[in-house]
Design a protein around this ligand. Structure first.
Ligand code: PRT
Ligand code: MG
Length: 210
């Protein structure tokens, strides 16, 4: 078995915040995904490579062992509902909030609200815990449009500064979860490549504490 370690990271803001953390461990990619079309980045460490993929695909690669390690938002992990990986720690990066939001003008209470979201499982679980019946409309982006056009009553989405909600006449209604990115580790790799992964995690945890 090769002792190569592959770290799956998504390309946008998580990559931008993860790279400085990895740099503190002297793991530095040889290419910049913004300039290169490479999907597998070699690093200055010959046994470590970085895979640049869609955020929602990170748990799939790690659960199935195509990557030993991954960095993924808690939103993606909650929605994925897999158990083929460990989630040893919170990296404290790409922080935001999962919110229920609705039109500023709307002030009615719904008996069975219609919720548009990319996070159908999280939304289902949230309302099930409240004992509230809902209809969920699965969308893949621009959820803010749905209440404006009458497609849905409310949305469940990530909020950081709140500017996107505000610009579309929406207001946050309920906090569903605080979100940040987590390290995930393939379960088999944790056994088979224990010493190298353990040392990576030890060094990473020191960097996070500081
Ligand atoms: O590939 P795909 O398009 O599915 O993913 P992506 O391009 O959105 O991935 P990327 O790399 O941008 O990272 C997404 C991850 O970043 C999420 O899974 C979260 O864990 C984390 N994150 C942190 C955020 C935000 N903050 C965030 N604000 N992801 C998205 N947003 C969006 C939000 O959906 C909304 O459209 O930003 C908008 C709100 O921002 P504000 O500042 O206007 O409130
Ligand atoms: Mg995006």
């Amino acid at each position: 078995m090769s002792d190569m370690i592959t770290i799956a990271v998504s390309k946008g803001r998580i990559y931008d915040e993860a790279i400085p953390l990895l740099a503190k461990l002297d793991i530095i990619p040889k290419d910049d995904p913004k300039k290169s079309r490479k999907l597998i980045l070699e690093t200055n460490q010959t046994n470590i490579q970085i895979l640049v993929i869609r955020a929602t695909d990170v748990p799939t690669y790690v659960e199935r062992g195509a990557a030993e390690l991954g960095i993924a938002g808690k939103d993606v992990l909650l929605e994925y509902q897999g158990n083929g990986f460990y989630e040893p720690f919170d990296l404290g990066i790409a922080k935001c909030q999962m919110m229920l939001a609705g039109l500023k003008k709307a002030n009615k209470t719904y008996t069975r609200p219609c919720i548009a979201t990319k996070y159908a499982n999280i939304t289902q679980n949230y309302f099930a815990d409240l004992g509230q019946q809902v209809e969920i409309i699965k969308l893949y982006g621009s959820m803010e449009l749905a209440p404006i056009l009458g497609l849905a009553d409310q949305i469940v989405d990530l909020v950081d500064t709140g500017e996107t909600l505000k610009a579309n006449g929406l207001v946050p209604l309920e906090l569903i979860a605080n979100i940040s990115s987590r390290l995930i580790v393939n379960k088999a790799a944790m056994k088979m490549k224990n010493s190298i992964i353990k040392s990576f995690m030890q060094r990473l945890s020191k960097v996070i504490e500081n």
